[in-house]
Design a protein around this ligand. Sequence first.
Ligand code: NAD
Length: 428
Amino acid sequence: MTIKHEVPSYLTQHGIGPWGDYLEQIDRVTPYLGNLARWVETMKRPKRMLIVDVPIERDDGTIAHFEGYRVQHNTSRGPGKGGVRFHQDVTLSEVMALSAWMTVKNAAVNVPYGGAKGGIRVDPKTLSQGELQRMTRRYTSEIGIIIGPNKDIPAPDVNTNEQIMAWMMDTYSMNQGSTASGVVTGKPISLGGSLGRREATGRGVFVVGCEAAVKRGLDIHGAKVAVQGFGNVGGIAARLFSEAGAKVVAVQDHISTVVRSSGLDVAALQAHVNETGSVAGFKGGEEISDRAQFWAVDCDILVPAALEQQITVENAPTIRAKIILEGANGPTSPAADDILHEKGVLVVPDVIANAGGVTVSYFEWVQDFSSFFWTEDEINLRLTRIMREAFTAVWQLAEEKKVSLRTAAFIVACTRVLQAREMRGLYP
Ligand SMILES: NC(=O)c1ccc[n+]([C@@H]2O[C@H](COP(=O)([O-])OP(=O)(O)OC[C@H]3O[C@@H](n4cnc5c(N)ncnc54)[C@H](O)[C@@H]3O)[C@@H](O)[C@H]2O)c1
């Protein structure tokens, strides 16, 4: 493998992983940054990274240790903000990349945050509820020295949810000696969570999907949609597209792929997943065993909403969609991006397409500080406005500079971050 980037000593050359994709995206935007390019190295170096050991006593009396991370990529525009992932494949490289994409995303939609991300290298399905709670609490205590309502505010990501956020909020509050509801977002409503937060990322994907469809002259009613990942983001996006009259023709999760050319019954599929934990065994469609076939499904809109590095040089040539909405973070490699561009596929990048979650997290944080809560209609209206404005601004810049939407979003975001960096100056 050719190494194109300087690899920091704490990553192996072989293990540069998603961080390498992110660096390449930054390289692509650098020529458009003018004098601010002087500061671009800031984007290539996470500000602060904490690696923690998370020991717990298992139910059978044995002791288990897990690797935990919290990375604050940049805080030039405000406190760190980003989710916490529990997954067996979490690595430092992945958390670095995810934290950097948060910096870019928060600046692209102009919410006053830097970028951060956290994770534990664990398959949470192997833990009991008691073990999961002990692990979450110990992890929160360990990273407690760098998080806080004004420092860095975690939120849900893959395999974490409202219950995990409630335990994190409680643990942090116990250690502080007072209830700090603003330390995490994505909390249960009863603990200062926001109406509409659970659906916000999927709703944002749907809103920008409708905008992109208008640009491409595609009618959402009757459009064929394929979704990878049927969790918080993919499940909600699928529901909203289907409610708008689109046909969800394929869904893939970590176990199986189900297809139905006339459209799956999304509500029935959701009920099946709630009961069994997977789309596998769903009777309302046909299961296909070759996972790679998912990418070649006949569809108009493709929504990768699972993990990063899914659309590659291998499967990009087989994609038939006109529009790709990146619900997941980092699903497309830079080389695959080029193939899609040549094929004329419109890719709405993650830093815009999935920014609905952090936008409503921002609303939640503001509501917690003022202890004054908004209605769901107010939240959805404000969310829709922010998503549309961000999409339109990026679309116009892409047209003006003749670049992809991703490069345009990175130009907007990096300019905001590096202007803040320059105005603040270097300390001391
Ligand atoms: N939750 C949020 O608010 C939010 C916000 C922005 C971005 N995201 C991103 O969206 C993506 C999904 O997050 P989520 O919160 O929906 O997670 P989730 O845990 O709710 O769901 C993840 C889904 O992905 C599927 N999956 C996992 N591995 C897979 C694989 N190898 N192939 C196919 N499917 C696989 C799972 O089966 C599940 O359906 C992640 O990239 C996350 O970073 C989430």
